[in-house]
Write a protein that binds this ligand. Structure first.
Ligand code: SF4
Ligand code: SF4
Length: 295
């Protein structure tokens, strides 16, 4: 966090869903804002955004549009040159008709250039929306902005909505990105170019398996990882031994407590109500404000 003009970006992720990633992201953003930092929380889990449930925000949604190849059917001779130029297999010639498959089209424009008679053009189509606004109604908060990305139902362009949400976040002291679970294209779009990857996991065989994939993703992207162990004390797997072997620090342990689950299910800030959770989040916030340096 030495460059004061650059946002320090922390991606909170997990190898699988349901590990407590959003719990950590929302409570961490609040802890950092209460510590006097200018913070933006970006919900990149665009297929199931949940961070807005924890906050009051006055925000106007803005559509996310992406380019899509469009055929002029009156001019097209079905010669196939555009199909041959498309590296994504998004164009088919069927029964003398040229068809573009929107879910495969990357809007690269190669087909437009390839068409000898200018019968292939481009239109824009909506894939989701992004909303942004300042959080109000949380005690002692300071500056916290929430940006939420939401993918339209049935669409597959999650990475485009994530990139739009990250772009809409603008410049702040710290950005906390609530990344989608897994190691898909959407997870890559969220973690890519972050300064720090916080991985939330649980002490189960699935938790360890998916944690390993997520750590490898961070290594591939050149983003240093640290782990937060959720539901500590509940499982059968020694996550901490694995992390020690990999040289990945374990920053905090959130205990397995019914009170935490109930609080989270009611969309309340758990760190405000459960001391064990508050301690864990403070430890993570300290790590982030040190720029990811182990004390
Ligand atoms: S814009 Fe690119 S991806 Fe889309 S159909 Fe044309 S060549 Fe294929
Ligand atoms: S290259 Fe042009 S004319 Fe040929 S099939 Fe494609 S859109 Fe039609």
């Amino acid at each position: 966090m030495s460059d004061s003009n650059k946002t320090f970006t922390v991606a909170v992720a997990s190898g699988k869903g349901g590990t407590g990633k959003t719990l950590v992201a929302a409570n961490l953003a609040v802890a950092l804002a209460r510590g006097g930092r200018d913070v933006v929380l970006v919900d990149c889990d665009v297929e199931a955004p949940n961070d807005h449930l924890f906050f009051q925000v006055e925000a106007q949604p803005r559509a996310v549009m992406v380019p899509l190849a469009q055929v002029d059917e009156d001019e097209c001779t079905a010669c196939g040159a555009c199909r041959d130029a498309c590296a994504y297999g998004a164009i088919r010639i069927l029964g003398g008709n040229t068809l573009v498959f929107p879910e495969l089209c990357h809007g690269c424009g190669a087909c437009t250039l390839a068409c000898p008679i200018s019968a292939m053009g481009e239109t824009m189509r909506r894939v989701g929306e992004v909303s942004s606004g300042r959080v109000v109604g949380v005690a002692d908060l300071g500056e916290l902005t929430l940006v939420s990305g939401s993918l339209d139902v049935g669409d597959v362009k999650a990475p485009d909505v994530i990139r739009a949400a990250r772009s809409a976040a603008g410049t702040h002291e710290i950005a906390v990105l609530d990344a989608p679970p897994g190691v898909s294209c959407a997870a890559v779009a969220s973690v890519n170019a972050a300064d720090l990857l916080l991985l939330v996991t649980e002490p189960t065989p699935f938790g360890l398996h998916d944690l390993e994939l997520a750590v490898r993703l961070g290594q591939e992207l050149g983003v240093p990882s640290a782990v937060i162990l959720n539901r500590a004390g509940s499982g059968t797997v020694d996550i901490e031994a694995w992390c020690a072997g990999e040289g990945v620090p374990v920053l905090a342990r959130i205990p397995f407590m019914r009170e935490i689950a109930e609080c989270y299910a009611d969309a309340r800030l758990v760190a405000d109500e459960v001391a064990e959770c508050a301690q864990a989040i403070e430890a993570v916030a300290d790590f982030v404000t040190r720029g990811g340096a182990v004390a």
